[in-house]
Ligand binder design. Structure first.
Ligand code: SF4
Length: 263
């Protein structure tokens, strides 16, 4: 099977820097018809991706990983977004409930290694279980967010799931995001207005106080704000030697070697 490396994507990534998020979403549906999905944790940026998919009427399903310990506000926002924007929203779940996991393994997310394992079981495994259905997964990562995300490319080869990752919002700064949310009256998780800049499981997310980093409320018990769940590979590693296996015609489309798919 032909391979597509991260280095192969360099030119495409350069040309995509000037594309709008909407143009990148349209490129995705044209390049991967029936084989592309968005992942949303129903945070602000994910709500924007959902709004764009809905208003552009793109046939892109939205995958939401329900770890079983999400805030009720998150689940209510997911349902409101799905029905209001007419989305094909698919909820993925881990094999075990949190109660079953705790009975078998204890409260593992309180340690650094345990957090990685818990996120693997409750977030990454449910997504990996459906990864074969897709060649491209869309995220809502932004370079404005701290840490490794400041380096996030628009296109990333994800060897773990053997898919291309597309991040259409990487150049959306805070002002862009506020303007889009406001002008389109996007449905957002009410927890954002209650001191939660980012939101994940209720076990590992707390509000932040003024002047704390945006992600200070995530895995606060582990400090010093370096932890990530790993569902986005660019949070962990950006090795240009990584590669994925795809059919040659699809690689040609991704790299813009077929004029019909140029944008
Ligand atoms: S955020 Fe916390 S509770 Fe949720 S999957 Fe990760 S470690 Fe487990």
């Amino acid at each position: 099977m032909p391979r597509l490396t991260q280095a192969d994507l360099a030119d495409r990534n350069r040309t995509f820097e000037s594309r709008s998020p909407q143009e990148l979403l349209k490129w995705a549906i044209e390049t991967f018809p029936g084989r592309v999905a968005a992942i949303s944790a129903i945070q602000q940026a994910g709500s924007i991706i959902c709004h764009m998919i809905g208003t552009l009427k793109l046939e892109i399903p939205v995958l939401f990983v329900d770890t079983g310990v999400n805030f009720p506000e998150t689940l209510a926002t997911r349902d409101a977004i799905s029905s209001s924007y007419g989305l094909d929203l698919r909820t993925l779940q881990p094999k075990q409930t949190m109660e079953e996991q705790t009975a078998e393994r204890g409260v593992i997310y309180l340690t650094t290694d345990g957090q990685k394992e818990c996120c693997r079981l409750r977030k990454i495994e449910p997504l990996a279980a459906v990864a074969d259905d897709f060649d491209c997964l869309i995220s809502s990562l932004r370079r404005t967010d701290e840490g490794q995300r400041s380096l996030c490319p628009i296109l990333t080869a994800d060897p773990a799931m053997n898919v291309l990752r597309l991040a259409p919002l990487v150049n959306f700064d805070d002002a862009n995001m506020a303007q889009y949310l406001d002008s389109h009256d996007v449905i957002v998780n009410p927890l954002h207005a209650q001191g939660y800049p980012t939101v994940s499981c209720n076990r590992c997310t707390t509000p932040v106080v003024e002047n704390e980093p945006r992600r200070a409320g995530r895995w606060r018990h582990l400090g010093p704000w370096q932890a990530y769940c790993g569902i986005n590979p660019t949070d962990l590693d950006m090795d240009t030697k990584t590669s994925i296996e795809l059919a040659q015609p699809l690689i040609d489309r991704i790299l813009g070697r077929e004029a019909d798919f140029m944008i």
